[in-house]
Design a protein around this ligand. Sequence first.
Ligand code: G6P
Length: 372
Amino acid sequence: AAAEKGGHPSFMAKEIMDQPQAVADTLLGRYDADGNLVLDELRIDESALRSVDKIVVLACGTSSYAGMVAKYAIEHWCRIPVEVELSHEFRYRDPVVNPRTLVVAISQSGETMDTIMAIRHAREQGAKVVAICNTHGSTIPRESDAVLYTHAGPEIAVASTKAFLAQITACYLLGLYLARLRGNKFPDEIREILGQLQAMPDKIQKVLDGLEQVRTMARWMADTRSVLFLGRHVGYPVAMEGALKLKELAYIHAEGFAAGELKHGPIALIEPGQAVFVIVPSPRGRDSLHSKVVSNIQEINARGARTIVIAEEGDTDVVPYASEVIYVPQTPTLLAPLVTVVPLQVFACELATAKGLDVDQPRNLAKSVTVE
Ligand code: G6P
């Protein structure tokens, strides 16, 4: 087993380091020489894809956060409404689904029973199902109309890392493909993003090369009882995933929030010393989201929180209010989750390891949940 971990202390540590490769392999072979996408495996006829009027993403756990990222990207690029729903909630609430609905089922294992039941239900109502899956020949792809495989390689650690980045990547590919198929409304932006996507493995590598700060911080935070995570736009699912990783691996109470909700409740939790991670949108983004999140940091800093800020390189606005700033490379806003989630994965893995816990096999959890 030591050899399989390639010199890393755990499978999870290795899988985190494998992420640039997982993303590169998921992109591999899906571009033609002119930089256009070729998704031959998407075997649903083009006229059916053109007439889709709603996308429903179904998934559980970490995969559902990849789905939330997909919502922001696909709605913007394709102007199709996207709902993201936990598979187990979808199945039992009489959802509105019909032949013009495209279901995207995201699953690392392809064997999650809740998601299998949900896609069966959707197909009975005539919906087409595309699976985004990491496991060849598993049940979910077999029961779907088409599959886009993520090429993250086998994931051993129970908590998902490299499969998550590969899922997000596959969601981008699907969104960019649909945008072109349905009459691309932002040709320049789409071309730019297609190029930028190929630069992501190097950017993820840069994050991995600079992690000593996060590791040191995780080690001296080993006794922390509660950690909050705030994010906005695509930073929101990243905050949710950061909190999930900490619960799963380190058994610490952790909660992710949309930063805009702070004033509607969570700010009541802020007391001196409370650790809060904040994922800050790019200051180069279209809207004023950056300054709104910077004000959130200011507010919680004023109430004595220990703010740990994840920001884009060059963003100095956050410095006066942050106990710690973790910089990630500049990326287009919608692609940022591929870099901003990495320090959070490492934080959880390192903190759990410092507590002497088995990060590959957290208590009470299974890699693939094959019962309802
Ligand atoms: C389990 C695993 C999680 C995973 C979730 C969904 O709960 O512990 O890491 O995110 O199932 O699994 P799937 O294989 O469908 O992505």
